[in-house]
Design a protein around this ligand. Structure first.
Ligand SMILES: [Zn+2]
Length: 1034
């Protein structure tokens, strides 16, 4: 069991952006090249009793939905398809260290401008011609293809939708369920018999009557609401026709009457795709028993059953079939990536993770690559040895783990052991996996409150203190524990720091002032971090006193970096990991390390000197490094009235896996509910502390780039001072050899962390993908939502080193490239004027356009740089569901609510054309929420929701709806709650009345329209992409 000296050669050439040259962390620092650096399994640590931990549901118990009990065979024939371990199949041998992989990073070079001449030559004529000549085809209605990829029922896998026999015999192992190529019989017939994009939207509201679908031009927008005719407020930039290429210098102007317009109903609708998936897969059980199976969309509610691959709640991939060679991958340029959300919350009707405990021995790992025991390991020689699915090394089975094999070569105890039959599970970690080989202490939360004049005066300090009195009873704990093991500490600060001693034996809390902010030290150890239950009276006493203590303060200057430093030093001194909760409002201008100045310089916008997304103060980078090394996660709640340099102040938060919250111009009455909801959610969140993540892959490819609220000290270890349920890491993979179609592409993500109760654990997620030498297979299994998550994060990382314009061009270019490659290699021949979109990517252009229009990528003076830096930081840590909603908001018609039904109404497309003067609409994107009211909203509806007689009486000041005792109000409130409950950030409700000034702010969320800060409409962008594709193909 000793560690084998498998040296990872050649050294990975991937350069790591960010902070380098820092040697920290734990594990085996003296052998940084060894896989399995978590530690040596040989130890004398007497771990808890072997066997499965009692802390969670025993494996095989009667959980609502879970794996079948031991011995049952309800998996059917497909259940052994978890991995490459098809019985009897000769596995392929490890080929030695792979050669350096191909390199085609999307941002490694300056790409060609995406729109060479668009803006300069006769835009009107060009666009009109293009619109007229353009046809769009996505191979028929969305349901045809996705339905036979949907394997919600294992039974459906055996349906007639299987690949043709020849294909199955030649290329595929029995396990692969590769659906037929996109242009199969179904699709072809759809293509030839249906008009392009024939669909029934079924959308309520003033949608134009279903027009002649082949008539692509000449139709003015539907009746009702014409944006160009509305004449109120200042002229919006977006009300002029713009091109995608017209970023950022403002939209191109178009003289004359309204342009001939492509009918929006004839282009792929995200809503239709979402609704189709809900119809075909919603409410069902999705079993993860098949390699390379495409899961339901993130927007579809279903029950997920782990049968050997990690739930899509934990891992989503950009494609579920990797190209078998790097040449193919380069040709298609489809990013190969996985979005991993290792601590995501699973609904109560799904099984929580089982905990495996092998006692002193610790987890079983491959001797060579250090992968953990998982369903991808194949047992041989009567069960005495096993072959690693990742590196093919043959390992001895430890005697205590030996078990006989059954007639199909599977261990008899297969279903009794989570690590043999499940995609996700946890291991109890031994001392070797702990910092300094000592068991960890429970984590601590330190609350650090800015008590400068503004925060005291606004009532914020009192609000925080009052809330903490009740909130500290809700600190997270493990299910079997009576109370939380997390300790708490308190600091206040302005230009100096005040530490508080709240030891339970004291009658009164004691304050200690640290005024030397250049060299912060922790003035007390004993009594600073306490158990809330034990020190309750002293802590409550302190929280009562703080607002009064600083009531007369005149201090307006603040420090910031020394605050983080102090918190980190306190955790370090207490030898525990933890979270800082910092409540701060102003630019830290006091003389101290990390002092910042206002650099919100509009003149630098869109120039090479514009460094809005990175810090100019080296203090923060060094601090981030130290925090990660000490397991100190920084949560930052900002309450700015003006520029505060979010890029600098948020940097430590970003690198430590913390969360940034920002409340502009905080008003106690209007903004408290949002802030308090965020604070409560954050304090109560399930979190892993002092975490390190490692992603292993089977031979032929490897993880090359990582995006998230993470810190990387080398090319393979993803460090997170903490990782909570909402944080996702996006991992990009590249080939370094050919992939084996039989064994597939296997991924294992292991997160070593300390639990809220101070236990060291390993959380393992495994997923197997298919491989194919047919590009059509790759396109067919793409997931647009995951692709957009990847594109957003990679672009938002690239803007640190490249001009915005270049990054935008690369995004457009890559979109066109992926679609052109499909057209060239997978689609049946058709006229060049036809735009052909692969079914699984048909809404990629609309999402891509939304990404291009995000405030981060549009360098416009109207958008404060802090706002852009804030959005960038949020997106970098988001999972697929959150980026999906952020880039394409949910727009719900609430004037047509079915009050008898329990369901949320179907959304409509995010376009002004879908709004109706006589309707009310709810829009939510995960950060903001609006209730938009048309000028002719029926009085009954207004009365029912606002308890006022007419439109004119509605106050737009309100940030919530009154509690009214009528079905409509109750129904809307429950919808609001439901949307909110699924999102990490509290959304403040804004009431927007049609044709009143604030509507402009709302309009930027109508993402299919031209952006109010520039940016193309969906239709225009589609034309632009089509043109790019034509150029690539000619
Ligand atoms: Zn191995």
């Amino acid at each position: 069991m000793s560690q084998q000296g498998y040296v990872a050669a050649p050294p990975y050439s991937q350069s790591q952006p960010g902070i380098g040259g820092f040697s920290s962390g734990f594990g085996a620092p003296n052998s940084p090249l060894h896989y399995g650096h978590y530690g040596d399994p040989n130890s004398s640590y007497s771990a808890p009793q072997p066997g499965m931990s009692k802390s969670t549901v025993p494996f095989g118990s009667s959980a609502p939905v879970g794996p079948p009990p031991p011995g049952t065979h309800q998996f059917s024939q497909t259940s052994f398809q978890n991995g490459p371990s098809t019985p009897g199949q000769q596995p392929h041998r490890f080929q030695g260290p792979p050669p350096p992989g191909p390199s085609y990073p999307p941002y490694s070079q300056q790409s060609q401008p995406a729109y060479p001449n668009t803006a300069s030559t006769s835009p009107t004529a060009q666009l009109a011609n293009q619109l007229n000549s353009m046809q769009i085809n996505s191979y028929g209605p969305g349901t045809t293809l996705s339905s036979h990829m949907s394997s919600g029922h294992p039974a459906s896998l055996q349906s007639p939708q299987l690949p043709p026999p020849t294909q199955q015999q030649v290329a595929l192992p029995p396990g692969s369920q590769v659906p037929p190529p996109a242009n199969n019989v179904n699709s072809l017939s759809a293509q030839s018999s249906l008009p392009p994009m024939a669909r029934q939207d079924g959308i309520p509201g003033p949608v134009p009557p279903n027009p002649n679908l082949q008539q692509l031009s000449g139709q003015p927008p539907g009746p009702g609401y014409h944006p160009q005719q509305a004449n109120y407020g200042p002229q919006m930039p977006g009300s002029q026709l713009s091109y995608p290429g017209a970023f950022p210098g403002g939209p191109a102007q178009l003289a004359g009457p309204q342009q001939k317009k492509l009918d929006p109903d004839s282009i792929p609708s995200p809503i239709q795709v979402i609704e189709n998936d809900k119809t075909s897969r919603g409410g069902q059980i999705y079993a993860t028993n098949t390699r390379g199976q495409v899961p339901p969309l993130v927007t579809t509610d279903c029950v997920i059953q782990d049968q050997g691959h990690a739930s899509p709640r934990y891992i989503r991939c950009t494609t579920y079939c990797f190209p078998s060679s790097s040449d193919m991958a380069k040709q298609a340029r489809i990013p190969l990536a996985a979005v991993i959300q290792p601590f995501t919350t699973v609904p109560p009707n799904e099984t929580p993770l089982y905990v495996v405990n092998h006692g002193e021995t610790g987890p079983i790992r491959c001797n060579r690559c250090k992968a953990y025991m998982c369903p991808f390991m194949q047992f041989i020689e009567g069960g005495r040895r096993y072959q690693c699915g990742f590196c093919s090394c043959i390992n001895d089975v430890p005697p205590f783990f030996f078990q006989h094999l059954d007639h199909i070569g599977r261990r008899v105890d297969h279903y009794e052991r989570p690590e043999l039959s499940l995609g996700s599970y946890e291991y109890v970690a031994t001392l070797d996996y702990c910092r300094n080989n000592k068991p960890p202490k429970p984590p601590a939360y330190i609350f650090m409150i800015d008590v400068s004049y503004r925060n005291v005066n606004s009532g914020l300090v009192k609000l925080i203190c009052d809330e903490l009195k009740t909130l500290l009873d809700k600190l997270p704990r493990e299910e079997q524990e009576e109370s939380s093991a997390i300790r708490v500490g308190f600091v206040t600060y302005n230009k100096v720091l005040h530490f508080f001693n709240v030891k339970s034996s004291l009658a009164q809390p004691q304050m200690m002032v640290v005024s030397d902010v250049g060299e912060v030290f922790v003035p007390l150890l004993d009594g600073f971090l306490v158990n809330f239950q034990e020190s309750r009276s002293v802590v409550i006493n302190l929280l009562d006193q703080i607002p009064e203590m600083f009531a007369d303060t005149n201090e307006s200057e603040t420090i910031f970096a020394p605050v983080i430093q102090a918190g980190m030093e306190a955790l370090k001194a207490a030898e525990c990991a933890g979270k800082l909760f910092i409540f701060h409002s102003s630019l830290p201008t006091a003389e101290a390390p990390g002092k910042l100045r206002n650099r919100d310089d509009k003149k630098l916008l869109n120039t090479d000197k514009e460094k809005v997304f990175s810090t100019l103060n080296a203090t923060y980078e060094a601090l981030a490094r130290d925090c990660v090394a000490n397991g100190c996660c920084v949560n930052l709640f900002l309450f700015p009235n003006q520029h505060v340099d979010v890029a600098s102040m948020g940097l430590v938060t970003m690198y430590t896996g913390g969360t940034l919250y920002k409340y502009n111009n905080f008003q106690l009455d209007a903004d408290s509910p949002q802030f308090l909801s965020d604070l409560r959610k954050d304090v109560e969140k399930k979190t892993g502390f002092d975490a390190i993540m490692r992603v292993r892959t089977s031979t032929g490819f490897r993880a090359t780039d990582f995006f998230g609220a993470i810190y990387m000290n080398n090319t393979t270890d993803v460090e997170m001072a903490a990782v909570d349920c909402d944080k996702a890491v996006t991992v990009e993979f590249k080939h370094d050899d050919k992939l084996n179609e039989d064994t597939g592409a296997l991924i294992q993500c292991a997160v070593l962390y300390t639990s809220v109760s101070g236990h060291r654990r390993l959380r393992i997620h495994n997923i197997g993908l298919n491989c194919s030498s047919q590009l059509a297979d790759v396109y067919k299994t793409c997931e647009t939502d995951a692709l957009i998550n990847f594109f957003a994060k990679s672009a938002f990382k690239a803007i640190l080193s490249q001009p915005l314009k270049t990054v935008r061009e690369i995004l457009v270019n890559q979109t066109a490239h992926m679609l052109a490659c499909y057209r060239k290699n997978c689609a049946s021949p058709s006229a060049a004027s036809q735009l052909i979109l692969p079914d699984a990517m048909k809404v990629l252009p609309v999402y891509m356009n939304c990404l291009l229009k995000s405030c981060v990528l549009t360098g416009r003076p109207e958008i404060p740089t802090d706002e852009r830096a804030y959005h960038r930081q949020l997106v970098m840590a988001m999972g697929v569901a959150d980026t999906q909603l952020l880039f394409y908001p949910q727009l719900l018609p609430i004037h047509s609510l079915d009050l008898k039904s329990d369901t949320v109404p179907a959304a409509v497309r995010c376009s002004e054309d879908r709004l109706a003067e006589g309707g009310a609409f709810l829009l939510a994107n995960g950060l903001s929420m609006f209730l938009w009211l048309g000028v002719s909203t029926p009085p009954e509806l207004i009365q029912g929701l606002f308890n006022v007689p007419s439109f004119a009486h509605i106050s737009t000041e309100a940030t919530s709806l009154p509690d009214l005792d009528n079905p409509l109000s109750k129904k809307l409130k429950s919808i609001l709650e439901r949307i909110q409950s699924q999102k990490p950030y509290a959304m403040k409700l804004m009431i927007v009345k049609q044709r009143e000034q604030p509507e402009m702010f709302f309009r930027q969320f109508l993402v299919e329209d031209k952006g109010i800060y520039g940016g193309a409409s969906y239709v225009d962008f589609l034309c632009c992409v089509h043109k790019e594709i034509c150029q690539l193909l000619s």
